[in-house]
Ligand binder design. Structure first.
Ligand code: FES
Length: 110
């Protein structure tokens, strides 16, 4: 894995999100707790809603367009809806957000 520093955890409001531009495209970073963050695709598989503008609750995000709910841990749609968003390894290192560049590269190759 090659970890890329994409900012500080405090750049993301609690229960908020932020988009980061990477060479492989935009990735949404979600902060679900004081020390808990996830990285996932910003694009809802239903009709392309911007998930970084959705509502974050627990370890899930609700799409702002039609309220589909996705787990930020697995990327799977919850409830009766069928769908999946890409998730990426993200870790915290002394408050810095480290995104796995190798996983991003894999996405762009797919
Ligand atoms: S675009 Fe996300 S639920 Fe419809």
């Amino acid at each position: 894995m090659s970890w890329i520093d994409v900012g500080h955890i405090d750049d993301i409001p609690l229960r908020g999100a932020r988009l980061v531009k990477t060479v492989q495209g935009c990735v949404a970073l979600f902060r679900t707790g004081p020390e808990e963050v996830f990285a996932a695709s910003d694009t809802c598989p239903h009709k392309g809603g911007p998930l970084s503008e959705g509502i974050i609750h627990g370890k899930q995000v609700t799409c702002p367009l039609h309220n589909w709910v996705f787990s930020l841990e697995t990327g799977d749609a919850q409830g009766a809806d069928q769908g999946h968003i890409q998730t990426y390894p993200l870790r915290l290192e002394a408050g810095r957000l480290m995104l796995d560049g190798a996983a991003l590269a894999k996405r762009s190759a797919a």
